[in-house]
Design a binder for this molecule. Structure first.
Ligand code: CTP
Ligand code: MG
Length: 227
């Protein structure tokens, strides 16, 4: 079975600010999206990737292959989940319904091979799929609209969901379609699957697989990539 990667890259990076969408900012001589793509395509089990880009994107370099593997593009949508669904629909017809798809943010440039390997191993064994995640380290506060603490939330059993997230193509496609029909904005693939009753497996991933959201994150990602 071949595994395909899906890269949502149709965001505008509002929280980051600036004119260039963050996925096109360069660290170590390559844009973030190239780091994200190349990490996935370097894995021997990954056959190719579909990238979802914004309809008005003038910066997409037009790559049709990288690392000797096929690269397809499609037009993303208004929410991240819309972009992922568009990319799933653009997968080659040869991708089977029970083949695994790895969904990974274009804004996560620091993905390591050992995390990909452990994720694929877990998702292959687990019928409901798997995602990289990291245990919450800080004490969590619930606050009101004025930032006054209401309560401390128990941290045990709480994880931060990272990407990639690995699910079977047909199950993920119908879960995302269902969330859209229900008018629910899902912020990751696992959330769409959970709504269908799935219990995906958490695979503890490296803390340095960070999503670049702000300029400070970009500086941190640059440093972490240099290690
Ligand atoms: N994304 C997407 N389509 C959207 C929104 C987001 O493909 N409609 C992608 C982004 O390009 C990014 C990933 O989803 O690679 C994670 O989203 P996020 O970090 O929120 O990026 P942006 O939405 O671009 O940033 P912001 O929320 O600050 O505007
Ligand atoms: Mg966003």
């Amino acid at each position: 079975h071949g595994i395909w990667a899906v890269i949502p890259a149709a965001g505008s990076g509002k929280r980051f600010g600036g004119e260039v969408p963050k996925q096109y900012l360069e660290i170590a001589g390559r844009p973030l999206i190239a780091h994200a793509l190349d990490a996935l395509l370097a894995h021997p089990a990954v056959e190719g990737a579909v990238v979802a880009i914004a309809a008005n994107d003038e910066r997409w370099p037009g790559w049709t292959s990288r690392c000797g593997k096929l690269l397809l593009r499609c037009t993303g949508g208004a929410e991240r989940a819309d972009s992922v669904l568009a990319a799933l629909r653009a997968l080659p017809a040869a991708v089977a319904g029970d083949d695994l798809v790895l969904v990974h943010d274009a804004a996560r440039p620091n993905l390591r091979q050992d995390d990909i390997a452990r994720l694929i191993a877990a998702a292959s064994q687990h019928p409901d799929g798997a995602l990289l995640a990291a245990p919450v380290r800080d004490t969590l506060k619930r606050a009101d609209a004025h930032a006054c603490v209401l309560a401390t939330a128990p941290r045990d059993g709480l994880w931060r969901a990272l990407t990639p997230q690995a699910f079977r193509r047909a199950a993920l496609t119908s879960a995302l379609e269902r969330a859209r029909v229900d008018g629910v904005v899902v912020t990751d693939e696992a959330m769409a699957m959970e709504r269908m009753g799935a219990k995906p497996m958490l695979v503890e991933g490296r803390e340095d697989n960070l999503k670049v959201t702000t300029p400070a994150d970009l500086a941190l990602a640059t440093y972490l990539l240099s290690l």
